[in-house]
Design a binder for this molecule. Structure first.
Ligand code: ASP
Length: 322
């Protein structure tokens, strides 16, 4: 059955630290995005179009660390990464370290569809995307007060790297997550009525990251992967650990070579493999039968799923069931 699942980052998201309005804002945003993608799938749209739509909406929402609302790097600017993959053909596209593209996921899709390459970075990626109709914005577009305050705090804490949303009063509108355990990135996976899978992932990376640092998100197989034979996967967390374990592809490989179920493969990677390398975070995954998995080894992960014909379900904490 055609299905879309999305995530908006994982971390120490505690019910006790979140007020009702904050929680509702996240749930509403997740729900609106799921409904839009669900409608596309219900109308016979492709998994690729559904994940592109969902991730571009997540990028436009300032609550999440991607597009508008992305975190600051050590130079006080933004460097954004994104990737997309088509499970039917293994076609893929990605961009890294872009600073002037409103929706990096649209640039990734343009790379996939209109170039002979997979990954373009920096100015070359921006020029290519602009030539292919992707909206260019001034760097100031990505500014949000909350993320700026978060960056200033990170600098004060002697350059400690902070992931995603922060929890102090200076940034009250951003959801509470412990500063040492914060992850953010957005992503979507989908199965369409034709039986095709797709995955898309987009991020601002890590607060106060070194200029030029690229994480797992735009690396096919690390933070994003899709293959009709196995699954579509989108990850969020400590990028370096997801790169070292080639986490998204590892789920696919366990399914293809070891005959694991989606659920078992995803659990093994997130709960056993990643922690060996201090990997914290989670991922969403869907297989060709429409099974979905949302494992995370943190206190919470913004997430949700919408099956065509069923109501949308969103979740934040570990105790929330999907
Ligand atoms: N995985 C992302 C990165 O390392 C960050 C995150 O998901 O919070 O760039």
């Amino acid at each position: 059955m055609a299905t879309i699942a999305i995530h908006g980052g994982a971390g120490t998201i505690l019910r006790s630290a979140m007020n009702t309005e904050q929680e509702q804002a996240y749930r509403d945003a997740l729900s609106d995005i799921l409904k839009a993608a669900q409608k596309m799938l219900a109308d016979g749209g492709s998994a690729l179009d559904a994940v592109t739509k969902a991730v571009s909406m997540l990028e436009d929402c300032p609550l999440f660390n991607a597009g508008k609302g992305a975190v600051y790097n050590s130079a006080g600017t933004h460097e954004l990464d994104a990737a997309i993959m088509d499970g039917a053909t293994l076609a893929a596209g990605a961009v890294a370290s872009v600073a002037h593209l409103r929706n990096p996921i649209l640039a990734a899709r343009a790379v996939m569809e209109h170039s002979e390459h997979i990954l373009l970075v920096g100015a070359g990626a921006e020029n290519f995307a602009a030539d292919n109709g992707v909206a260019v914005v001034d760097a100031a577009y990505f500014h949000t007060e909350a993320r700026h305050a978060q960056w200033l705090r990170a600098r004060k804490q002697d350059g400690m790297m902070l992931l995603d949303h922060d929890a102090t009063s200076e940034a009250a509108e951003i959801a509470p997550i412990d500063p040492d355990n914060k992850f953010g990135t957005v992503g979507a996976v989908a199965l369409d009525v034709h039986g095709n899978l797709a995955a898309a992932t987009s991020t601002g990376g890590i607060t106060n990251k070194r200029v030029g640092r690229v994480g797992d998100t735009p690396l096919i197989g690390a933070g994003c992967y899709a293959n009709n034979r196995t699954a579509a996967i989108s990850a969020t967390g400590t990028g370096e650990a997801f790169m070292r374990t080639v986490a998204a592809y590892d789920i696919s490989a366990r399914m293809e070579y070891a005959g694991c179920s989606l659920h078992d493969a995803a659990e093994q990677v997130v709960m056993t493999l990643l922690p060996r390398y201090n990997g914290r975070g989670g991922l969403i995954a869907i297989d060709a039968q429409g099974n979905v998995a949302f494992p995370f080894n943190t206190e919470g992960m913004y997430r949700g799923v919408a099956r065509v014909g069923s109501s949308v379900v969103t979740a934040i904490y570990q105790s929330d069931s999907l």
